[in-house]
Design a protein around this ligand. Structure first.
Ligand code: GLN
Length: 493
């Protein structure tokens, strides 16, 4: 175990006792990056010089005995759809090449204010559309547990960086599962907060009513620490909610006896790999030993959640992506000259990849006068039913447990030609976004050497409950401590 394999809370302890300094941690992370990044491709861009300066400043504050930020000297990666003033943000799309935002996302501002050392920008599926990083216009990121396989997506680069020790923690975004699914595939902990808890200001929008930013970390305690920083009302985001500020580490130590967990039959049915099911059920048995009461529940609208998600997310994506016209943002493929329509067409045809185009077409279609009622409106009605159903269930239980994904990490090329099979990766996660609920994915075992993720869903703003369950589970298990071998080239770099 090297310094780059430690957690935020472990490093904070070492810093507080002045046993280790941020520059040494950064040096360890940098060595790991040099060793594995060529093979794994977690990052689109790295700024190791900038990181070194930040780390030295943190060294100095620690040595001087100054008050330390929560992330003082902690190297983190951020997904390429989070804006930072002066740093190119491309969303792994050709159309945004060269786009340098003039402003900084609230979450980035907040982690910087707490002393975080930003290493670079993590790879993702183009505009966060996808489940494997195969739709990145730049490159694929590889799963460190088996580089023949995808790390999941769209926050695949963030997940790889954390799993491989190329960052201590990372930020991602989750519209239908893009934090939790790559966390499950890559064996890390990923939290999607309640809609509205974390400001989306400065996040390049995919589907505004579903998007949330959240942490990818090595354990639940680190998730809680990061959520403390990320959460909070922001006047710059009109959907940001004014809730009482909480310390999300508050309930971690609480004992689980008396907690009631619901197991929805629909999430353990057809299409879910038998080994994944077995592994999650074993984790549930362990929770029972910790005092949790488990009841079977039914969420019967589940089968409609994914189709409705596809309609709503594509409709919103199509509208959000209308702004990329080659004039206001990023790259123009032609000169405007005298034909504006041709200019737009050429810029967008060359700038967007196939998946993005597919969604713009679908989104435009479902919003068109002739099909709005049949598709978009229906999908919104389904969404309401899903919300109601979850609300009812949360009258009876404290949390819901499901597999995070129907299978473990799949191979490159296995689904990229078949969008419907790719969308199926989010069957267990997208309903959660439709209802705006918080959920965390934690490692709960392995199947054929690949990590399996367990999803714990909570009621709105009940992050403390799911973090408590995740923490208690991790207290008695070691799956979150398992690290992939730092590839073939160990010792030669
Ligand atoms: N894979 C899902 C999609 O492509 C989820 C995307 C996301 O959460 N950003 O829509």
């Amino acid at each position: 175990m090297e310094l780059c394999d430690l957690t935020i809370h472990e490093l904070r302890g070492l810093y507080a006792r002045k046993e280790v300094f941020p520059s040494e941690v950064l040096a360890s992370v940098t060595r790991r990056i040099h060793k594995v990044e060529k093979d794994y491709g977690a990052y689109l861009t790295l700024d190791l010089e900038g990181a070194a300066e930040q780390a030295q400043a943190a060294d100095a504050r620690i040595k001087a005995g100054k008050a330390l930020g929560v992330l003082e000297g902690i190297p983190v990666a951020i997904k390429d759809n989070l804006c930072q003033a002066g740093k190119e943000a491309t969303c792994a799309s050709r159309i945004l090449q060269g786009f340098v935002p003039p402003y900084t996302a609230t979450v980035v501002r907040k982690i910087l204010a707490q002393g975080a050392v930003i290493l670079g920008r993590a790879n993702m599926d183009e505009f966060a559309m996808g489940s494997s990083t195969e739709y990145s216009a730049v490159k694929e990121s590889k799963n460190p547990w088996d580089p023949q396989r995808t790390p999941g997506g769209s926050s695949g680069g963030s997940a790889v960086a954390v799993a491989a020790g190329e960052a201590i923690a990372a930020l991602g975004s989750d519209t239908g599962g893009s934090i939790r699914q790559p966390a499950a595939f890559s064996g890390v902990t990923g939290l999607k907060p309640t809609y509205g808890l974390v400001s989306r200001y400065g996040l390049v929008a995919l589907a505004s009513s579903l998007d949330q930013i959240g942490p990818l970390t090595k354990d639940a305690e680190d998730s809680a620490l990061l959520l403390n920083i990320l959460s909070g009302f922001d006047p710059m985001d009109s959907t940001s909610v004014r809730v009482k500020e909480l310390d999300y580490t508050r309930d971690l130590q609480q004992d689980l006896s008396g907690k009631k967990i619901g197991l929805p039959l629909e999430y353990f049915g057809a299409g879910i790999d038998a080994e994944v099911k077995r592994t999650v059920m074993k984790a549930v048995d362990l929770l029972k030993e910790l005092g949790v009461e488990v009841v079977e529940i039914s969420l019967k609208f589940t089968e409609y959640a994914l189709p409705a998600y596809c309609i709503i997310s594509s409709a919103e994506a199509g509208s959000n992506l209308a702004r990329y016209d080659g004039i206001r943002f990023g790259k123009a493929a032609a000169r405007i000259e005298d034909n504006l329509a041709a200019f737009y067409t050429r810029t967008r045809s060359e700038g967007f990849g196939p998946e993005v185009k597919r969604r713009i077409m679908l989104g435009t279609y479902v919003l068109s006068a002739g099909s709005y009622e049949a598709y978009y409106k229906k999908a919104q009605q389904v969404r309401t039913l899903i919300i109601k159903e979850f609300n009812e269930v949360f009258q009876q239980v404290d949390a819901i447990i499901t597999p995070t994904t129907p299978t473990t990490a799949f191979k490159f090329g296995e689904k990229s030609q078949d969008p419907l099979r790719m969308y199926w990766s989010e069957v267990c996660t997208a309903p959660v976004n439709m209802a705006g609920l918080p959920a965390i994915s934690i490692p709960c075992g392995f199947s054929c050497g690949l990590p399996v993720g367990m999803q714990i869903i909570g009621d709105h703003f009940m992050e403390t409950v799911i973090l408590n369950i995740a923490y208690q589970y991790q207290r008695v298990t070691d799956y979150h401590k398992a690290r992939p071998e730092p590839v073939r080239k160990e010792g030669t770099a």
